[in-house]
Design a binder for this molecule. Sequence first.
Ligand SMILES: C[S@@+](CC[C@H](N)C(=O)[O-])C[C@H]1O[C@@H](n2cnc3c(N)ncnc32)[C@H](O)[C@@H]1O
Length: 223
Amino acid sequence: MKIDKIVKIFNQKAEGYDNEEIEKFRRLFVENIIEEINLNAEDIVIDIGTGTGALAIPLAKKVKKVIAIDISKKMLEIARMKAEKEGICNIEFKHDNFLNSHINECSVDLIVSNLALHHLSNKNKEKAIKIMRKILKKDGKVIIGDIMFFFNPNKEPKKLAFIKKIIERLFPNSAYSLISALNNEHPSQTKDLKLLFEKNGFCTKVKMFLPILGIIYAVHKRF
Ligand SMILES: C[S@@+](CC[C@H](N)C(=O)[O-])C[C@H]1O[C@@H](n2cnc3c(N)ncnc32)[C@H](O)[C@@H]1O
């Protein structure tokens, strides 16, 4: 999907985004990601596609600074309001496309992202990973929660159709956005995403949450 279209969709969704039926499930996923992170009070963290701040806000309470990047102004406005309400002032909100954002080399301890990477084409995912490698400090970490296939959807279409039906039953009002992401965006197969990180000098580990949802951990070893 073209970037302008993504911006338009999320600007329209921003107001109701945190009230979606799927929110409780999304929060569970976010909590799971945060539980897995070894945070340090001095950490500088980047949240790519922060949206309404689902990761940035809880993380900001535990680290020195979070840079929360998003292409949607409206999503960022909601995130900013939520942070203000909680008295959080160590988040820098950056209205930008991560692929063009200027972040200093070797300046970041941790990069997080939730449900955003699937918006990027494979080519742009690789571009994003190269940027991550550049801006991370030595032994810097990446934790990405996203829609990703733990099977080959082309070889197992029945499995995919079954999963879509489960989503429709569980989230009758908001299944559309998840199914639309599966159909129209660029969720990778987990094994390909892993390879992309490894090709760019990262060690990786993957955790399955659902057969279409997982977390990838990547550590960049700089010698
Ligand atoms: C599905 S939302 C997820 C928001 C949030 N991370 C969460 O977990 O609720 C995806 C977000 O990624 C943002 N996004 C998509 N492509 C982006 C890019 N290239 N750079 C920065 N943000 C992007 C969208 O604007 C949207 O706010």
